[in-house]
Write a protein that binds this ligand. Structure first.
Ligand SMILES: NC(=O)c1ccc[n+]([C@@H]2O[C@H](COP(=O)([O-])OP(=O)(O)OC[C@H]3O[C@@H](n4cnc5c(N)ncnc54)[C@H](O)[C@@H]3O)[C@@H](O)[C@H]2O)c1
Length: 336
């Protein structure tokens, strides 16, 4: 595997997890910043390094991870697929749903895997919540409430000023953080988002993209979801989801980031807690997540993809429709 873009997410997630994987081998990385190539070469002797990703694509690789600024996701993914590489691309999948569609068509043409790193699907507490919802314990879903917010990209990757510029990021907090929760709503509930109303603003950052977004999403069974994403939450990050059903409620991240709370009202009333060890915190040197192992197994035909390219496309389309709603000041419906 190769990694294109050796910035913060590659440093904490992709590069160490490929290096530690039983299913993949770390062969090459590419980044225009020499100091980043030198840093990883020192850490992983024998690593091939390229300042131009098109040179990396000539190397003997089966797959690449695309972890570059958003505006490059589609160009780099398409060139990688055309070079017969499987692709795991970071979220948001592209700068527009049209670009995402083109990426999907290219993957189909070259018969290669195209996955999007909607990493929240892999968290053990979210997997457990999906099992609980699928078992019918909380009944028919009526409402979802979710928030993902922190103090901003400058506290995450200090050199990544591209996050604040519409030309390189395409979107702000809504597609940076909110897109994870749009995808998670679909993943956990199995429902589609059919209509949305949203408001966004740039309240604190010097940016040409939004740093605040709030949305109401109508679900395909008639229920509703409320979503908040922002870069203006000082102090602890907020990252939670509550799913409310006709018979009960399940909450993750509301009463602590290491537990799931379940409230059931029938056939008997009870409140249960499941303790789950968080996979990582932002303080950890690297995130041990199963995303890379899973991507490698999908490439090796050992298991089906947990995140399909179409999921990345739909999440992006919902974000676009939310922004359209903000601009027009009316609810906007989605046809998927
Ligand atoms: N899934 C997640 O949980 C998650 C978390 C954080 C970031 N991300 C996504 O990962 C992507 C990267 O974010 P980041 O925080 O690592 O940003 P970053 O700025 O820290 O890293 C991006 C890197 O790409 C490099 N780059 C720029 N142009 C390039 C090119 N042509 N070829 C190769 N490399 C190039 C930059 O020099 C930089 O090192 C973004 O799309 C972001 O949304 C995903």
């Amino acid at each position: 595997m190769g990694v294109i873009g050796a910035g913060k997410i590659a440093q904490v997630l992709h590069i160490p997890n490929i290096a530690l994987s039983d299913f993949a081998e770390l062969v090459a990385i590419s980044d225009p910043r020499k100091e980043r190539l030198d840093y990883f070469k020192q850490r992983y002797p024998g690593l091939h390094t390229y300042s131009d990703y098109q040179e990396l694509l000539k190397d003997d690789l089966d797959a690449v991870v695309v972890a570059v600024p958003n505006y490059l996701h589609s160009e780099v993914s398409i060139k990688s697929l055309e070079s017969k590489k499987h692709v795991l691309v970071e979220k948001p999948m592209a700068s527009s749903s049209n670009e995402a569609k083109e990426m999907i068509l290219t993957a189909e043409k070259y018969k290669k895997v195209l996955m999007v790193n909607h990493s929240q699907r892999f968290f053990p507490h979210h997997k457990k919540v999906k099992e609980i919802i699928d078992s019918g314990l909380i009944g028919t879903i009526t409402m979802v409430k979710t928030m993902f917010s922190h103090s901003g990209p400058e506290d995450w990757s200090p050199t990544a000023s591209w996050f604040f510029d519409k030309k390189s990021a395409a979107f702000g907090a809504l597609a940076d953080l909110g897109v994870h929760k749009v995808d998670l709503i679909r993943f956990l509930t199995g429902l589609e988002i059919v209509e949305c109303f949203s408001l966004t603003a740039t309240l604190e950052k010097k940016a040409t993209v939004e740093d605040f977004a709030v949305g109401i999403l109508k679900l395909s069974n008639g229920g509703f979801a409320e979503l908040t994403a922002n870069w203006i939450t000082h102090g602890l990050e907020e990252n939670y989801i509550s799913v409310y059903g006709s018979k009960g409620t399940v909450k993750v991240g509301v009463c602590g980031n290491d537990r799931i709370d379940i409230y059931v009202s029938e056939p008997v009333k009870f409140h249960g807690e499941i303790n789950v060890k968080p996979l990582y915190t932002n303080e950890d040197e690297y995130w041990k997540t199963p995303v890379i192992d899973h991507f490698a197994k999908v490439c090796l035909n050992l298991e089906p993809a947990i995140v399909k390219a179409e999921d990345g496309y739909i999440a992006l389309l919902v974000v676009e429709k939310m922004l359209e709603s903000t601009k027009r000041g009316v609810p906007v419906s989605l046809k998927i």
